[in-house]
Structure formats: structure tokens, C-alpha cells
Design a protein around this ligand. Structure first.
Ligand SMILES: Cc1cc2nc3c(=O)[nH]c(=O)nc-3n(C[C@H](O)[C@H](O)[C@H](O)COP(=O)(O)OP(=O)(O)OC[C@H]3O[C@@H](n4cnc5c(N)ncnc54)[C@H](O)[C@@H]3O)c2cc1C
Length: 171
């Protein structure tokens, strides 16, 4: 008698929330490890592009960071990408609610990876709302590039006397 792997009719559903460093790497490794198994992996993220948070200070200081489309990063892996914002978790029903501009829907999972990262609440500190700028996504950094980093750098510093002209204000 031959050894056979019997796959269930319905694949095991793994849902990964958040395509930052943690969620994206977990997804890619899971996809590799489960490629011969009856498993469907779904990755959910608010934006269609991977936000390289460790480089956001560069964007805030005016450097161009090429966008990385999550669907391109997942090519050939079999992972299903859903762009949308996770709004509700229903652990007792093993479901999550995901909303995007077009609609909202609820998705079942057998296993869930929660990798939604963290956000800074600058407004919780006195003066934070008025004087702090946080770097958490591309939109915030675009705003910071046009305001904070522009006024905190004296015009004379924008071109270095050594002629490099790089004037990197991101350090
Ligand atoms: C400017 C800057 C420089 C940094 N430099 C370093 C460094 O040099 N070394 C280092 O170790 N760390 C550094 N960090 C910290 C590092 O970026 C974080 O530790 C890391 O990003 C955390 O990864 P994560 O996957 O947990 O979360 P994130 O990278 O924040 O990813 C979370 C993802 O979930 C998505 N998301 C959030 N909420 C929802 C929702 N409700 N629905 C759908 N999607 C959602 C977000 O859009 C994001 O894509 C830096 C951070 C910043 C801001």
C-alpha cells in the first residue's frame, strides 16, 4: 500500500493581519513551509504597498523611496492578498471584519497571525499634537518633508561646504 497524504476538501485558512516586517516575513515563510499542504494563506493590509518603516525618516527628509507593491512581493507564493482595514476581530467565531473603500466583509480563519504593528499617540503628551510629527506611513512622511524638516534645517546647511551637496537631514 502506498503512503498518501489525504488533503481535506476545504483548505486550512491562515489569515495574517498586517504586511509590515513581521506579517510579511511570517507570510512568506509560511507559504514556503506549507506549499505541499492544503493551506490557503490570506494577507491583509491597509495599504497596497509595503511600508518600510525603518526608512521613513529618509522619506521625511525628502529622499524618494521606491514603492514596493505587496502583490508583487507575493508573486508565485499562492498567497491571497486583501487590501483593506481590519476593523473588528471576532475570536469566538474565528472571524475578522475587513473594510475598504468599496465594501466590507467578514472572513473566517483557522489560524490567525496578528501583526498590525503599533502607532504613536503623540497627542497623549502635552504639546505633542502641536509640535511632534510621527513617521508611521508614507502620507505622514510626505507632510513631515514639507514642514518639520524644511524649517529645522538652516538654508546655509542645505549644501555642504565639502561639495557633496547631500545634506542628509535624516540621521
Ligand atoms: C523612522 C523609523 C526608523 C526605524 N528604524 C529602525 C531600525 O533601524 N531598526 C529597528 O529594529 N527598528 C526600527 N524601527 C522600528 C521598526 O520599524 C518597527 O519595529 C517595525 O516596523 C515593526 O514591525 P511590525 O511588522 O510589527 O509593524 P509595522 O511595520 O508597523 O507593520 C504593521 C502593518 O500593519 C498595517 N496595519 C495597521 N493597522 C491595520 C489595520 N487596522 N488594518 C489593516 N492593516 C493595518 C500597517 O499599515 C502596516 O503595514 C524604526 C521605525 C521608524 C518609524
Amino acid at each position: 500500500m502506498q503512503n498518501q497524504t489525504i488533503s481535506p476538501a476545504t483548505p486550512t485558512q491562515i489569515v495574517v493581519l498586517g504586511a509590515g516586517y513581521a506579517g510579511l516575513y511570517a507570510t512568506l515563510r509560511l507559504a514556503r513551509r506549507t506549499r505541499r499542504q492544503s493551506v490557503q494563506i490570506t494577507l491583509v493590509n491597509a495599504s497596497p504597498t509595503f511600508v518600510e518603516r525603518t526608512r521613513l525618516h529618509q522619506q521625511a527628509s525628502g529622499q524618494a523611496i521606491p514603492p514596493l507593491r505587496i502583490s508583487d512581493l507575493l508573486k508565485g507564493t499562492g498567497v491571497h492578498f486583501v487590501q483593506g482595514r481590519v476593523t473588528v476581530l471576532h475570536p469566538s467565531h474565528q472571524q475578522v471584519t475587513i473594510e475598504n473603500a468599496a465594501s466590507g466583509h467578514t472572513r473566517h480563519y483557522d489560524y490567525l497571525i496578528y501583526a498590525l504593528g503599533s502607532y504613536t499617540t503623540a497627542a497623549a503628551l502635552p504639546g505633542g499634537a502641536e509640535h511632534a510629527c510621527t513617521l508611521e506611513d508614507h502620507a505622514q512622511c510626505a507632510g513631515a518633508a514639507g514642514t518639520t524638516f524644511a524649517w529645522c534645517t538652516p538654508p546655509s546647511d542645505r549644501r555642504r561646504s565639502d561639495g557633496s551637496g547631500s545634506g542628509d537631514r535624516s540621521g
